[in-house]
Write a protein that binds this ligand. Structure first.
Ligand SMILES: [Zn+2]
Length: 244
């Protein structure tokens, strides 16, 4: 499961990995907190609602290319995730984790990824709390009715990078502890980004940045159900046990 802030975030730091693990037979899910209605590039939309509707469709098309099993766009306001009620958003995400029951959760770190966008930071903070709380029966106990059970995902990863975008305020990223070789799925994730037609003015910059990054996606292991010392990984599912 991958938790993001905006339609198109799923492609950048996570797209190759999402597609790769689908190919390996894992079920995948992306939960995007906002429909991206505050974007600068508006694809001719006349209102925020129109842009939101357009971007929900583009997100679905991108998920189709990445072969994501379940793509969900929630309705939080783009650009304002830091002004939302933390308990409410974490409650929502906790329920999605308890329903989908992922082994591995991916999101942004609190630095907000390579762009340092506040929405990315907040998506990471909310997701990190939901990761921890979904497994505890004393958190959001009213969700635990009708057969829904607590769920402890086994690993939490933050997307990270080994480059900075020139001209932006500095971000301090978490170190890469897992390097995922996505190979030909570099092209798949560029195609997924281009499913976001309203964002076409960003395509060129995205493609340049992503090609410079090459065929690796980098992650930081932020939490693990197995206690131990840190090892450099090349597989996000290393050490995962199937039955939990
Ligand atoms: Zn974003």
């Amino acid at each position: 499961m991958c938790i993001t802030a905006h339609p198109d975030d799923e492609a950048g730091g996570f797209g190759g990995t999402l597609r790769l693990y689908r190919e390996k037979g894992m079920e995948t899910c992306v939960v995007c907190l906002t429909p991206g209605q505050a974007a600068t590039n508006r694809g001719g939309a006349k209102s925020d609602d129109e842009l939101a509707a357009m971007r929900r469709k583009e997100f679905a098309a991108s998920c189709e290319i990445l072969k994501v099993n379940k793509g969900i766009v929630l309705d939080y306001p783009d650009g304002k995730l830091h002004r939302q009620d933390l308990y409410r958003v974490v409650c929502d995400l906790t329920q999605h984790i308890r329903d989908f029951r992922p082994h591995v959760l991916m999101t942004f770190g609190p630095e907000g990824g390579v762009t340092g966008h506040t929405d990315h930071s907040m998506a990471g903070v909310f997701a990190s709390l939901a990761f921890q709380w979904a497994g505890r029966e004393n958190r959001f106990p009213d969700q635990l009715a009708n057969g829904r059970a607590p769920h402890r995902a086994q690993k939490l990863y933050y997307s990270t990078s080994n480059f900075a975008i020139p001209g932006r305020p500095p971000v301090t990223p978490p170190p890469a502890t897992a390097i995922i070789e996505i190979g030909e799925h570099l092209e798949t994730k560029i195609a997924a980004f281009k499913a976001h037609t309203s964002q076409s003015p960003l395509w060129k910059m995205f493609e340049e940045n992503i090609r410079r990054r090459g065929t690796c996606e980098l992650f930081h292991l932020a939490a693990s159900a197995k206690v131990g010392t840190l090892e450099r990984e090349t597989d996000l599912f290393a050490g995962i046990t199937a039955d939990s």
